[in-house]
Design a protein around this ligand. Sequence first.
Ligand code: ADP
Ligand code: MG
Length: 297
Amino acid sequence: ATPTAVMVATGVGASQGVLIKGGQALESAQKVDCIVFDKTGTLTIGKPVVVNTKLLKNMVLREFYDYVAASEVNSEHPLAKAIVEHAKKFHSGENYIWSEARDFISMTGHGVKAEVSDKCVLVGNKTFMSSSGIDIPVEASEILTEEEEKARTTILVAMNQEVVGIISVSDPIKPNAREVISYLKSMKVESIMVTGDNWGTANAISKEVGIENVVAEAKPEQKAEKVKELQLAGRTVAMVGDGINDSPALVSADVGLAIGAGTDVAIEAADIVLMKSNLEDVITAIDLSRKTFFRIR
Ligand code: ADP
Ligand code: MG
C-alpha cells in the first residue's frame, strides 16, 4: 500500500471510532489469523452485579456485608465495586460509614485482606484462600460448582481463618459477542479466551459466546505467554483487552486492540483503540486493513 492509502485508511478508521496508531498496526491487522480475547469487560459487559449470597455460619447478611464492604471499599477492582454497591443496599436511607480497615492488602488476581474491628477478613478466590492456609469446606465447594455452572463469578469470604460465605456475581456477555465470534470464524480468524477468573465460570462464558479454546486462572504474564505461544506456532496474533492485567499481552501481540472504555494502561499499551467500545469494531479494523493492503497488490 502507498503511504497515501495508509493515511486514507487511518482517516476512515478514525471517522468510525477505530483509532489506529500507525501504519505498522494497520498492515499487521490483515495477517491476523487468531484473536485472544480477555473475558471481563471485553466479552462481558464488565459491570458485575451481586446476584446471590450464601452464608455458612450463623450471621446476618447485613453484618456479613459490613465486614466485607469495609475491606473491599479500599479496592479498585470491579468485583469490589459490585460488592460495596450491594452492601449499601442494607443501609439504604442511612448515612452509613464502613468500619475502618486496618492492614489492608490487595493481591492482584487473588483478592483483598484486612483487619476489621475484631476480625481478620479475606475476600477472594480459591487460590487466595488456599495460599492463606484456609480450608474450603465441602459445602462451600458444592456452592462454587453450582454457581460457576451458571456463568457466575464466585468470591469466597473468610473471617478469622474460616470460610463464612460465598458471594456470586453476574457479568453477562455483550449482546453482540456471539455474533462477532461467529463472523470472525467465517473470516478464517480463530478466537481464544483468556481470563483471571476461575475455570468453571470461564467455561460457561466461553460456551455462551462460542469460543472453544480457553485459558482460565491466568495471571497477566500468563495472558502474554499464551500470545507468545501462538506466535511461536506461526500464527499472527491479535489481543483484545480492557484491563491493566491485559497490557503485557497487548504489547506482546502482533496487534493489540484496547476497548475504549478500558483502563488508560490498556489504551496506552494497544496499537488500535476501539473508541466506541464495540466488539464489532474488531471486524472493522481487520476489514479496513485487508481492503487497504489487498487492493494495491
Ligand atoms: P480478569 O482477567 O477476568 O479481568 P482479574 O485478574 O482482575 O480477572 O481477577 C481474577 C480473579 O481474582 C477474580 O475473578 C477474583 O476471583 C479475584 N479477585 C481479584 N481482585 C479481587 C477483589 N478485590 N475482591 C475479590 N476477588 C478478587
Ligand atoms: Mg478485563
